[in-house]
Ligand binder design. Structure first.
Ligand SMILES: Nc1ncnc2c1ncn2[C@@H]1O[C@H](COP(=O)(O)OP(=O)(O)O)[C@@H](O)[C@H]1O
Ligand SMILES: [Mg+2]
Length: 236
């Protein structure tokens, strides 16, 4: 059976500059996978290639057996790929409820808006409490919950999360990871993080990206136990 996401030999350029080289990876249905790398490694650029925001210069990305080549971002969203963007990017003037409703724009999600909304506020009860507040009044952690909730509103099959923990207190990060861990296992999650420890705890498998190239892939538990990784990425 084909993997849900198959990335083969992908190069990505931003303007004239190449930022990713020969990326190959696969994410199986239901898997939780992390891509780890420091600032500037190319993590966000990789997610931009998957969502169609920056189509690959070379190589191919397939989702559920189908090539994404030439597809516009909204069409890719429509297939069931949702991104929680770096820096959350909630609509600050709009209410929490409106932000969530915006997430349900793909056709596959519109009919079940009410049920999905109920599910999302069950995952993040604080969003129900804040539903009529402008999103800009929420704390950083609450905005991250809202950004995840908004992505879930599209009823994705693959959830991409860019720097979940960035700027958040460790306790808040932990809470959000715990919630993501409890999500239905037919939802596949690919996240990119600088926070190596949390991401390795969360994921089953991880890839390490350095200066635009994948240099290492393994089971997260093995990577966590690896002395070289602990020295280089965990400061131990
Ligand atoms: N809008 C942009 N235009 C040109 N280069 C960019 C742009 N955004 C990021 N880059 C460059 O692309 C490389 C990868 O960046 P990025 O994908 O944002 O890495 P990460 O998310 O791992 O921090 C970096 O060298 C960065 O300077
Ligand atoms: Mg980034």
């Amino acid at each position: 059976m084909a993997a849900l996401l198959e990335v083969s030999h992908v190069d990505v350029c931003r303007g004239e500059t190449q930022v990713l080289w020969d990326i190959c990876l696969a994410v199986e249905k239901g898997e939780r996978v992390a891509i780890l790398g420091s600032n500037g490694a190319g993590k966000t650029s990789f997610l931009a290639a998957v969502t169609g925001a920056i189509p690959p210069a070379r190589g191919e990305i397939r989702f559920d057996g189908r090539s994404l080549a030439g597809m516009r971002p909204h069409a890719i969203t429509g297939l069931g790929i949702a991104l929680v963007p770096e820096g959350r990017r909630v609509y600050k003037e709009m209410s929490v409820r409106e932000n969530l409703e915006m997430g349900a724009f793909p056709k596959r999600a519109r009919g079940s808006l009410k049920e999905t909304m109920a599910h999302v506020v069950e995952l993040f009860p604080i969003l129900a409490k804040r539903k009529d507040q402008p999103a800009g009044t929420l704390s950083g952690g609450e905005q991250q919950m809202l950004a995840i909730g908004r992505a879930l509103m599209s009823r994705p099959r693959l959830l991409l999360v860019d720097e979940l923990s960035l700027g958040l207190a460790p306790m808040v990060t932990k809470t959000i990871y715990r919630t993501l861990s409890a999500l239905e296992h037919d939802l596949t999650i690919l996240l990119v993080e600088q926070n190596v420890e949390q991401a390795l705890h969360f994921s089953q498998r991880a890839h390490i990206l350095e200066s635009g190239r994948l240099i290492r892939t393994g089971d997260s538990a093995d990577l966590m136990a690896d002395a070289g990784i602990r020295r280089a990425y965990l400061g131990m």
